[in-house]
Ligand binder design. Structure first.
Ligand SMILES: C[S@@+](CC[C@H](N)C(=O)[O-])C[C@H]1O[C@@H](n2cnc3c(N)ncnc32)[C@H](O)[C@@H]1O
Length: 285
């Protein structure tokens, strides 16, 4: 169980100025993830569902931490070695320092980031995502990834990113919440189709490959709590990158993707099964 210093349900309502649209009586994936990361922005139903996941897959806390660290490393590498200065980050999650723009702007102060999530609680905390450097820019769009046209048509996106220049599309721990019947491959293609050559695609995705029985149970916990979920095999994750040039080391288990780039001083010993996450970064030719 995470070292939860999370708020009481009674306290959290006033402390967070929660909007009326936020449902705190049912678990939500963004707040369960916040709990795995040791955050405070979660409620009892989130913690109960997350603990149920941890019962069937105890290393879920490692999965979450390794996922977050991959996002940091991929962002740093793209900014430093591939000249990326713009990001479209969909499925942003509740702010957790450092956020993507903080990593990008630590390399390139003029980096621009548009964050997108469909959970109103992320909007509620978006201030933390909007503290940009003076020369960079950040913006937040509330939208559903299953409607990529609404994201691409958003005025805030158009005002923040220049789509004639390379953009990194960052889909970290998002696509396993989009089952095949919502056309995740079509969504990624649609988004990438608007980005020019030199743009990047960064994905992390939970997999059943190393521990299929536990992951079948994890998926059931999410589905039973109302969150669509579908974990994917390596081959299925590879398909998202078809037509793009994977950068070294190609598709990897999360903690094996350029571990030397981490800012962490202590790395826990974890196995591929503990992490159960395929990750990759590719460039559009
Ligand atoms: C596990 S969190 C990942 C957060 C962050 N990307 C990271 O990797 O640290 C998944 C996020 O995706 C969001 N999400 C799930 N389905 C979505 C959808 N259809 N459209 C937009 N956001 C979605 C959730 O609200 C949640 O904030």
């Amino acid at each position: 169980m995470a070292d939860g210093t999370a708020l009481d349900d009674s306290e959290s309502e006033s402390a967070a100025d929660i909007q009326a649209s936020i449902r705190t009586d049912i678990p939500h994936s963004a707040r369960m993830y916040d709990y795995y990361l040791g955050g405070r922005t979660n409620y009892r139903p989130d913690r109960e569902a997350a603990d149920e996941v941890a019962t069937v897959f105890p290393s879920v806390f490692h999965t979450a931490l390794e996922n977050r660290d991959f996002m940091h490393r991929a962002t740093r590498v793209l900014a430093r070695s591939y000249g990326i200065r713009q990001w479209l980050d969909i499925g942003t999650g509740i702010p957790t320092s450092p956020n993507l723009h903080e990593v990008a702007q630590s390399v390139a102060a003029d980096a621009r980031v548009v964050y997108v999530d469909y959970d109103p609680i992320v909007l509620n905390y978006a201030r933390a995502l909007l503290r940009s450097t003076p020369t960079g820019r950040t913006a937040y769009v509330q939208a559903d990834a299953t409607d990529p046209d609404s994201i691409l048509a958003d005025q805030t996106l158009a005002a923040t990113l220049d789509l004639s220049r390379p953009v990194a599309l960052s889909l970290n721990a998002l696509l396993h919440f989009i089952p095949d019947d919502r056309d995740p491959y079509g969504i990624v293609d649609r988004l990438m189709s608007e980005l020019p050559s030199g743009s990047a695609l960064a994905i992390s995705h939970c997999t059943p490959d190393f521990d299929p029985e536990s992951w079948a149970e994890v998926v059931s916990v999410y589905r039973n709590s109302g969150t669509p979920a579908q974990v994917r095999t390596r081959k299925e994750v590879e398909r998202f990158f078809e037509g793009y040039d994977l950068i070294e080391p190609g598709i990897s288990v999360g903690h094996r993707w350029r571990p030397e780039e981490t800012a962490r001083t202590e790395l826990p010993r974890v196995s591929d099964a503990d992490v159960s996450l395929w990750v990759g970064v590719a460039i559009k030719p």
